[in-house]
Design a protein around this ligand. Structure first.
Ligand code: NAP
Length: 303
């Protein structure tokens, strides 16, 4: 039986990397090493070993990955294209499990995969499969957690509460799966604790299935005194506008967000998972009362 003991994480200072690092450390199950790039200004808890590597060099990253059983990549948009370096280095260093930076929509859904915003994630999967076909040994897990629940609410992405004029995509009734950052961290701990069961496949995790319509109702319940004036937008139109932006060579936040909105709120994108691995990974889920608590905190802080 393979046991994962030594875990390296790349992108540990990011919005997702931080909670994954916290979950790995707090589980007490692993010896955790952060691999950061030379330009990183991030600092980490003293209990964590930190190694600096040139993430554009397979040799440099291979040296950083020596002795690691698993590598978790939580790099963001900027590091997405360079993940082939992490994969080649992990294979060269004899790593047993690699988790690429997926952590979102289910890109095994063809409609999701066709959206340009996921091109680097698709390319990373292709590189991984090709590299493993040439040199088998390392295993992988792709994590599909839907939308980040707390992050998506605090950024106004799932429902903008700040101005009281949230954009509601299509009819707002599309139900999508969403997961808090802490639960994604917990899922990573669960994956690395269940080597066989999570080997070479997509694992699905979610805290809740919910729609924008329901989110708005909960927000209205939390802040009835606020004037709520939802604005309806079609995900077909927003995808069209993102495609036009892309054709002009723009890969800006609005362009990226337009494609993401299509994937999360559009019909037929597998936004609500048909199954999940919650029980295996120790994810207990969230209730609408938990969502209400998130809104209370956000609205109290003026977000
Ligand atoms: N499901 C959702 O709703 C949702 C929402 C947001 C993100 N995500 C996904 O979550 C994952 C992480 O995204 P994030 O938003 O947490 O990212 P982020 O906040 O932008 O963090 C990026 C991290 O990657 C590191 N990094 C950037 N470029 C790098 C490179 N070339 N080499 C090595 N490290 C590099 C940064 O480190 P330093 O700056 O310290 O060097 C930082 O720690 C992505 O897969 C993203 O698509 C999903």
């Amino acid at each position: 039986m393979v046991e994962i003991k030594n875990v390296a994480i790349v992108g540990a200072s990011g919005a997702l990397g931080e909670p994954i690092l916290k979950a790995l450390v707090e589980s007490g199950k692993f010896s955790v090493t952060v691999v950061k790039r030379p330009s990183s200004k991030a600092s980490f808890p003293a209990s964590v070993k930190v190694v600096t590597a040139d993430t554009s060099s397979v040799e440099s990253v291979t040296a950083a990955f020596q002795g690691q059983d698993a590598v978790v990549s939580a790099v963001g948009v900027e590091g997405m294209q360079g993940q082939h370096v992490l994969i080649d280095a992990a294979i060269a260093a004899g790593v047993k499990r690699f988790l690429p930076s997926e952590f979102g929509c289910d890109i095994s859904n063809p409609k999701v995969a066709a959206l340009p915003v996921f091109a680097h994630k698709i390319a990373t999967q292709k590189h991984l499969q090709k590299a493993l076909a040439a040199k088998p040994g390392m295993t992988y897990t792709y994590v599909s957690n839907g939308s980040f629940l707390d992050w998506g609410l605090s950024n106004g992405f799932l429902l903008d509460t700040k101005e009281g004029k949230p954009t509601i995509y299509d009819d707002g009734k599309t139900v999508f799966s969403a997961t808090t950052l802490a639960s994604v961290g917990q899922a990573v701990v669960g994956i690395l604790s269940h080597y066989e069961e999570t080997k070479n496949r997509v694992v699905y995790v979610r805290d809740i299935d919910i729609s924008q319509k329901r989110l708005l109702e909960i927000a209205q319940k939390v802040a009835p005194e606020k004037k709520w004036e939802p604005v309806n937008v079609s995900t077909v139109d927003i995808e069209k506008s993102s495609n036009e932006g892309l054709a002009r060579g723009e890969f800006t936040f609005p362009v990226i967000a337009g494609f993401l909105c299509r994937a999360i709120f559009g019909e037929g994108y597998g936004n609500k998972f048909e199954k999940d691995d919650n029980a295996l990974l120790g994810i207990t889920g969230k209730t609408e009362a938990d969502v209400e608590a998130i809104f209370k905190t956000l609205l109290a802080s003026g977000k």
